[in-house]
Design a protein around this ligand. Structure first.
Ligand code: ZN
Length: 324
């Protein structure tokens, strides 16, 4: 097509010449810094803010499943080194009356300096940690609750009441279960106990039973198996729903095409597969916004089913405050 006109050829050679001289003269400093780590969306009358904690990748050897499925993921991950990329995030729900965090990232307890930036993201979003009224915990793995407590034992959300399922609290805070745990699980017990301690001491650690009402407009969705009291939290406002599903899915690319793929962190592997399968089927195609701490930031989207498989429709960036 370029051959069509001599003018086009001349133009093309000018562009090439200009390109050469740009690169020869380029002295432009790279900015490198990123935009602040938060993203707001509207869910009915609620304002939900995704809070970035850090970036990482789900390691291939953390996956567990049928050999054929794992092999297929291995081939994809070899061809594309970013296939299992993921995030760490927490979420702030401003109900208009209360400021509620759902998970708080890793703090200093998991993932080294790559994680632990949620506090900074919260400040950038215009809030102070002491304003937080309530923290709903999906489970007590340190990458979800580490942000609660500093290594020296200080509460990072000094005025917040912490809510966790009774079964979850009983399991991770048990000295007996910790003593009998395999050595690679021990650090998770130690971290959970150290993270919870200052809140227990201050009378701010609360446990609940499945289906117990703890906040208006919010329903606990018990999803035990990944951990014994793993819980989702569904908020509803003006007919709009958002479900914070914790670790129901660690990797969209690995686990949505094949929900039978599990993670080594699942305490009950078969149970976790069953919970994921049941939940995906229940929400596929429904207008329920999903918030997942390990999904590509802002960690929001919807599940739908097509050609016999689940797919993810990720929420994309908008500079407007609107339903997404
Ligand atoms: Zn996790």
């Amino acid at each position: 097509m370029f051959e069509k006109s001599a003018l086009a050829r001349v133009f093309f050679s000018l562009v090439v010449a200009a390109g050469v001289s740009f690169s020869a003269q380029a002295e432009q400093a790279l900015h490198k810094g990123q935009a602040p780590g938060y993203f707001r969306t509207k869910v009915g009358a609620l304002e939900v803010t995704s809070l970035y904690d850090g970036a990482g990748a789900f390691q291939f050897d953390w996956l567990k499943g049928k050999p054929a499925a794992i092999e297929e993921i291995g081939i994809a991950a070899t061809a594309n080194p970013h296939f299992l990329d993921g995030n760490e995030a927490g979420f702030l729900v401003n109900t208009g009356a209360k400021l509620v965090l759902v998970d708080v990232g890793a703090g200093p307890w998991f993932g080294g300096s790559a994680f632990g930036h949620l506090g900074e993201s919260l400040r950038q979003a215009g809030y102070k940690p002491e304003q937080i009224d309530m923290v709903l915990v999906t489970h007590l793995h340190s990458d979800h609750v580490g942000g609660l407590t500093s290594k020296s034992g200080e509460r990072q959300f000094p005025n917040a009441q912490i809510y966790v399922a009774q079964a979850e609290s009983d399991f991770w805070l048990s000295k007996e279960i910790a003593a009998g745990a395999p050595s690679n699980a021990k650090p998770f017990f130690d971290a959970a106990q150290a993270i919870a301690a200052p809140y227990i001491k201050a009378g701010k650690w609360h446990t609940f039973q499945p289906n117990e009402k703890i906040l208006d407009g919010m329903t606990v969705v018990p999803l035990p198996a990944h951990t014994p009291g793993h819980s989702g939290y569904q908020f509803e406002s003006e007919g709009h729903k958002i479900l914070f599903w914790g670790d129901t899915v660690h990797s969209i690319n690995a686990q949505l095409p094949d929900p039978d793929v599990a993670a080594v962190f699942d305490i009950d592997v078969e149970g976790a597969i069953a919970q994921r399968t049941k939940l995906l089927e229940a929400i596929a195609g429904k207008d329920v916004l999903i918030a997942g701490p390990h999904l590509a930031f802002p960690g929001l989207g919807r599940v739908f089913k097509a050609r016999g498989a689940y797919h993810w429709a990720s929420t994309s960036y908008s500079n407007r405050w609107e339903e997404r």
